[in-house]
Design a protein around this ligand. Structure first.
Ligand code: NAG
Ligand code: NAG
Ligand code: NAG
Length: 660
């Protein structure tokens, strides 16, 4: 019997569908925690039942002659009955109670309940739990900079920096692996072995669960199931292919940190790579050999490991025949199954018109040792790019180059704007958000943006045209009230074209980051405020490497990648305004959005004038007003995370990609 997967879900959804009366945070905490517990328990029970029934009801091979298929189908039916009675016993009630909609499933996947939880705990003044929930959410949503700020704020509020950051949904195999790598790098090979072995056990365990969860109900696009008319074999084939592909991708799923799209490259094989050397270092040559050979199953041409195999073989006692030592069994079985699955998927793709492409690369699967994102490598390329080209305009003063700014691909210039221009822009920034801007100011805005673009293109010696990707004006104003001893940030540390992952010391160039941005520039127009320094940090998002005080006509520009994490310190008095510009070398992503000043488009006094004037002024299409959504990050991160000062023009997030 087929069941709709969005049958009202009593078990999980109840707490979320029926929010408590406004502000009943205790009830909210109780319900949210119960939902999380029940989510976990459901998963455990499914896994346990599947394991139990697989052992108890093995599938029988078909025999020959009339009714040859009956033993197979009988065993299949028995297994289904086993599942049903196992789950009913442990969960009670009909199975439909435990099914939820895709939306809820995806909320749990993205750890959204923890976002509500951190807010509720803060209201109840339970700081430690709030930090825990915030951290757990943040681990799966690393681009959520406001949450990072919340965590810092909570820690400051609690007056302790020493809260252990606990990830309540930490996945054991990833944790053990990381600890293993740490010990390995510190040459503690004995301990490293212990953790890698544990990581592998946890990996295979997790792999089994992942596969079991793939065996859920068949998925249909919304209402398509109504018209679905597959016959017996077709229906089985359709459902089975869904399950198989899902299971086949567990290798990617398990190698992917929460909240990421890209897996850790070569994740599973790396365990054996570390292990082979660690075992060698502690004198266990047989095990070293087994692990080296396990690694070679995935990378048969790896010369270093091939050399190691020869060397380890030479170290064996004379009475051991090197040829008798095989790749480790766990990996051998894994690879064998993986290859069979690949073959099956490929043949289904050919024979059944079933289409399967790698979700990330768009390629057909080969042996899935996790092809990296195609542009992953480009992070390293920026190191040797030249800079120091002419500044083009006579009055501009060169202040610091990359070296003086303690980084790469950075430059600081002064006098990019005149005093008059600063004044005019500042007044537009301060008062312009009524949506009415004198045409003269719009013209100025265009001129200075274009000037900045030309300077960046020339200084960094770019050989192809640099296009605007996005431009806006942003002001930050200190809130009145207590400003003593503030050391928080007005704009948290981030990179412009990748998701900064301070823990992993990586910057992931993948959506939702604006991966197509190549250069960034900030142009300042005033200095009559306190705080508000622009800072560069290391990848750890903590160690400040350079700090710049804005002033009229000053421009900082830098490449947009992980080499340039940056942020803005809190504005403690007055208002700080800047024009932020992002550029791209890819014409596909050139700006179609013109000027978004915080959800308000700068446009001339008459809207018909806008369409008439802008195209010829700017040479490209103008979006109609109102398409610049105001960043709703605050509503998401809750009051606890409300910035200490308000951006008068909240950062507009106009994705020029979707307007092409
Ligand atoms: C350079 O500065 C001088 C004097 O301040 C001014 O007259 C001139 O217009 C400026 N040139 C440019 C291109 O801004
Ligand atoms: C631009 O071209 C010059 C000369 O061909 C080359 O030396 C330089 O590296 C190029 N710049 C970039 C950013 O590729
Ligand atoms: C660069 O680093 C040096 C040494 O830490 C520091 O004195 C200097 O202020 C830094 N440069 C900037 C622009 O902050």
């Amino acid at each position: 019997m087929r069941e709709r997967i969005w049958v009202p879900p009593l078990l999980l959804l109840l707490p979320l569908l029926l929010p408590p009366p406004l502000g009943d945070y205790e009830q909210a905490v109780r319900d949210l925690e119960a939902a999380l517990r029940s989510h976990r328990r459901l998963r455990e029970i499914r896994a346990r039942c599947a394991r139990h029934c697989a052992v108890r009801r093995p599938l029988a091979p078909p025999c020959s002659g009339p009714g040859a298929e009956l033993p197979f189908f009988r065993s299949l039916l028995q297994r289904a009955r086993c599942y049903r009675s196992c789950e009913t016993q442990r969960l009670g009630g009909p199975a439909s109670r435990h099914r939820v909609s895709e939306d809820v499933r995806s909320d749990f996947q993205r750890r959204v309940p923890y976002n509500y939880l951190q807010r509720a705990y803060i209201k109840l003044n339970q700081l430690e739990k709030a930090v825990e929930a915030a951290h757990t959410f943040f681990m799966a949503n690393p681009e959520h900079m406001e949450m990072q700020q919340n965590i810092e704020n909570y820690r400051t509020m609690a007056g302790v920096a020493a809260f252990q950051l606990v990830d309540r949904e930490a996945r054991p195999h990833l944790e053990s692996y990381s600890v293993g790598v740490k010990h390995y790098e510190a040459d503690n090979f004995e301990v490293a072995i212990k953790y890698f072995e544990q990581a592998l056990r946890e990996y295979f365990n997790e792999d089994m669960e992942c596969r079991i969860l793939c065996e859920g109900p068949q998925r249909f696009e919304e209402y398509e199931y109504l018209g679905y008319k597959g016959g017996l074999h077709e229906a089985i084939a359709d459902h089975y292919m869904q399950v198989l592909v899902c299971q086949h991708e567990c290798v990617r799923e398990l190698a992917t940190r929460p909240g990421r799209l890209s897996p850790i490259e070569n994740f599973l094989p790396l365990h054996y790579d570390y292990l082979q050397f660690a075992y060698y270092r502690v004198g266990e040559y047989v095990k070293a050999l087994e692990c080296a050979k396990a690694y070679l199953l995935c990378h048969p041409d790896d010369e270093d490991v091939l050399d190691n195999v020869h060397y380890y073989e030479s170290l064996l006692d004379d009475d051991i025949d090197p040829a008798s030592i095989e790749a480790r069994e766990d990996m051998m079985m894994f690879v064998k199954r993986h290859q069979l699955e690949s073959e099956l998927i490929q043949s289904a793709a050919e024979g059944l018109g079933f289409s399967y492409t790698e979700p990330l690369t768009g390629k057909l699967p080969d042996v899935l040792w996790l092809p990296p994102w195609e542009d992953r490598g480009s992070r390293e390329d920026s190191v040797l790019v030249p800079s120091g080209g002419p500044l083009l305009y006579e009055n501009i003063t060169f202040v610091y180059n990359s070296e003086q700014l303690n980084g790469t691909q950075r430059v600081l210039l002064d006098n990019v704007l005149s005093e008059d221009q600063c004044r005019e822009l500042h007044s537009v920034a301060s008062f312009g958000y009524e949506g009415r801007v004198p045409l003269k100011s719009a013209r100025l805005f265009y001129d200075i943006s274009e000037k900045a673009r030309k300077i960046v293109e020339s200084y960094f010696m770019l050989n192809s045209t640099l296009y605007f990707s996005y431009t806006h004006m942003v002001c930050r104003t200190a809130l009145s009230g207590q400003q003593d001893r503030r050391n928080d940030l007005s704009h948290p540390i981030h990179a412009d074209n990748c998701l900064l992952d301070p823990e992993a010391n990586e910057c992931w160039k993948e959506p939702p980051a604006y991966t197509f941005r190549d250069y960034s520039a900030l142009l300042y127009m005033n200095d009559d405020f306190e705080g508000g320094e622009f800072i560069f940090t290391e990848m750890d998002a903590k160690t400040v490497t350079a700090s710049i005080k804005p002033k009229c006509g000053r421009m900082i520009s830098f490449s947009s990648g992980g080499e340039n994490p940056h942020g803005v310190k809190a504005v403690t008095k007055g208002q700080r305004c800047a024009v932020a510009l992002w550029f791209t070398l890819d014409p596909l992503y050139r700006e179609l959005v013109l000027v978004c000043a915080g959800g308000h488009q700068l446009h001339p006094t008459s809207s018909s004038a806008a369409s008439a004037v802008y195209p010829q002024l700017y040479g490209f299409r103008v979006r109609s007003p109102g398409l610049c959504p105001v960043d709703d990050a605050d509503s998401f991160s809750g009051e606890g995370g409300k910035r200490q000062e308000e951006a008068d023009f909240p950062l507009a997030k106009c994705h020029s990609k979707d307007s092409t």
